[in-house]
Design a protein. Structure first.
Length: 71
């Protein structure tokens, strides 16, 4: 929490800081899940444009897998 207190605006409430920390945890969990399921971290590209395409394709695959698991 020290990181959030240090970088937060002076007029922010404790509830907003806790909410931000919780959102970060959810996002980090999502990326870890994507690394395990669709190989989000296994790209071997040399340009920025190709990297963006790979990340978008990985996220679409993850979305499709989650959609199919709900059926």
């Amino acid at each position: 929490m020290a990181f959030y207190f240090y970088h937060a605006a002076k007029d922010i409430s404790l509830d907003e800081l806790v909410s931000a920390a919780d959102q970060r945890w959810n996002i980090e969990s999502c990326f870890e899940y994507a690394k395990q399921e669709v190989g989000l971290d296994e790209y071997k590209v040399m340009s920025w444009k190709v990297w963006h395409r790979y990340i978008k394709l990985s996220m679409v695959c993850l979305l499709l897998l989650n959609f199919l698991n709900e059926l």
